[in-house]
Ligand binder design. Structure first.
Ligand code: ADP
Ligand code: TYD
Length: 221
């Protein structure tokens, strides 16, 4: 983790539009790393700690206009702060690999772009309350229509954002590609419209140079 980094550990995140395959890839990566003997914590945002999971229901359920744009930024940041304190930092301090499905880049995109230009506010609050970035971020790039169809095919009650539709998905995709260009050292962009196993193999290949310095236990199987 860059910024105020504890020793050891590796902080990896997946980003991309809804339905791009982030959760699938996070799970496949966690399993592959465990098979190679690494100690892995698989987690997600919003959520990843008991308090942050409670905030997750507040932000993902109910009317799209339930919160003002500013209140929403505060809620996502509060959830992230708790997740960082209770789950991410302790795992990294113990030398583990943290694989996280979404992190601050999602706030930069969704809260920073979707309801006016609030990126500066998002960045200021991030600097004040979070103050760190992942070591590596995998952007699963995906055609917006395909992503939306996949996301809608597994409908849940957590649809506040999915209800925003195809045009929003397209803006978010462009935004994520822009973010990858803004932080080229940290981002790795991977094409998501392939079989999940092919995407996962590329993620592992891109990650390989970072794994060499990490401690590992006895590989499973
Ligand atoms: P996200 O977390 O980005 O919203 P998910 O991993 O939940 O995406 O995937 C959304 C849906 O698409 C799920 O039903 C999942 O099984 C399916 N899926 C994921 N990856 C692929 C893939 N590479 N090809 C086809 N379907 C996929
Ligand atoms: P997630 O469960 O990852 O949804 P999906 O699997 O469909 O990608 O995230 C739920 C929603 O939360 C998603 O639409 C994006 C949104 N979100 C934000 O708006 N800001 C944030 O900071 C995060 C982490 C997520």
């Amino acid at each position: 983790m860059s910024g105020a980094s504890p020793t050891g550990g590796l902080f990896l995140t997946f980003e991309g539009i809804d339905g791009s395959g982030k959760s699938t890839q996070a799970r496949l990566l966690a399993n592959a790393l465990r098979d190679r003997g690494f100690d892995v914590v698989l987690t997600r945002e919003p959520g990843g700690s008991p308090g942050a999971e409670q905030i997750r229901s507040l932000v993902l359920e109910g009317d799209p206009d339930r919160w003002s744009a500013e209140t929403e930024i505060l809620l996502f940041t509060a959830a992230r702060r708790d997740h960082l304190e209770r789950t991410i930092r302790p795992a990294l301090a113990a030398g583990k690999i943290v694989v996280c499905d979404r992190f601050a880049d999602s706030t930069r995109m969704y809260q920073g772009l979707s309801r006016g230009d609030l990126r500066t506010l998002v960045d200021r609050l991030h600097a004040l309350m979070i103050g760190c970035e992942p070591d590596l971020t995998f952007l699963i790039d995906m055609d917006p229509e395909t992503g939306l169809a996949r996301a809608l095919s597994r409908r849940t009650s957590e649809e506040r954002f999915e209800g925003f539709g195809a045009a929003m998905q397209a803006r978010m995709r462009d935004g994520f590609l822009g973010l990858a260009a803004e932080f080229p050292d940290r981002f790795r962009t991977v094409a998501g419209d392939r079989p999940a196993e092919a995407v996962s193999a590329e993620v592992l290949r891109l990650l390989a140079p970072r794994l060499e310095a990490l401690p590992r236990g006895v590989p499973h199987g």
